[in-house]
Write a protein that binds this ligand. Sequence first.
Ligand SMILES: Cc1ncc(COP(=O)(O)O)c(C=O)c1O
Length: 447
Amino acid sequence: MPQRHEVTKKNLEPLCLRGKKKNMIYQNTLEFAKSLDEKDPLKHFREMFYIPLMFGKECIYFTGNSLGLQAKQTQDYVVDELEDWASLGVEGHLHARNPWLPYHEIFPQQLSKIVGCLPHEVVVMNSLTVNLHLLLVSFYRPSQQRYKIICEAKAFPSDQYAFETQAKYHGFDPADAVIEVSPREGEYILRTEDIISTIKKHGESVATVLFGGVNYYTGQLFNMKAITDAAHAIGAYAGFDLAHATGNVELHLHDWNVDFACWCSYKYLNSGPGAVGGAYIHEKHAANKDLPRFAGWWGYTKETRFKMEKGFEAIPTAEGWQLSNAPVLAMAAHKASLDVFEEAGMERLHDKRKMLCDYLLFIIDYCNSQLDEKIIQVITPQNENERGCQVSMLMLKRGKEIYNELTKQGVLADWREPNVIRVAPVPLYNSFEDVWRFGHIIETILK
Ligand SMILES: Cc1ncc(COP(=O)(O)O)c(C=O)c1O
């Protein structure tokens, strides 16, 4: 068992560096971090979550970009459904407190505020990679002339496999059909101008442009509007995998004219391991009942669904992509989480996220400034409009050793081969004190 890290009074002494970010003068002291927490209008939300214990005390949980924490009310929401199932059996479809038959209909109002769309453009169903494939069935319709998919290099592996197998499924060679945009030599971040010029270069041979909203490795937030405009200019569809964006960054999918998007709900949306995913389809497509798709009975026109007749009749909204009836237990956990988001409000969450992340970048700068040679290179963009919660630290030396030591000292961060530590302070439950303590631990490890 690793030794428990004792935070003693001595090692909490002020570190006395002052820095300036925007109009805020940051200080690397515990008192300063606590004063920011004191002024934080969302501070009481931390109490609404279970913070995992490590070595007998609350850890510094910086992996909400991987699996978000459990809201304490989640159990009640799930138990309500278990109780209704126990007492009502099949009657629960119509008579549960939240009837199961239309259970998924409770999500669009809340989710549409999180992803910036109209309620009928969003649906909760399946899981992320499943939804990605289902949407590609509709929005990757290659022909001999127009068959390419443009994506970011090193997209999340599941996305890469989806692009590869979709191309093959339609009879194309992925080496020719999947075009990856890479950062320039010596750079980590993709330049929007390079994405746009690649889209233009491949022009009419492109069927679909599909990027992550936020790249899982670097934490870069892509300019989704610019990418969408560029895709449309050459007659291609534009879609996004929002696994690292939903519940994290500002999204205006409808206004940006994005054609389709999907996401998981177990990261920033705190809906539990393997939680039910979500999908967005712009109303101009969602209303098109003739758009090709793989269908199931839950996407069938509600009025006549139970006539069980031949011939698929799509619901003319995002619901028309549903296959199966609602997985209510998983959805109850999702509902518990979305109610917390509703109470916090996206605007307040974005304000706090930006400040938490700024403070973290300041603290990392401080740690580097104490060393003869730089050990941490932040590869996440410094510009607050090009990132979300996550900061990716490229470790120039001793990476794995530092990561292991962080774990021993009660920090749950995330290691990505070959040498990146990802940390994500999440505005719903992380504090400025968490950020300061993280910096303090890093500093003692680096000494
Ligand atoms: C960007 C991205 N895409 C796809 C996936 C795969 O998600 P799932 O296993 O829910 O299909 C993940 C999982 O973390 C992800 O981060």
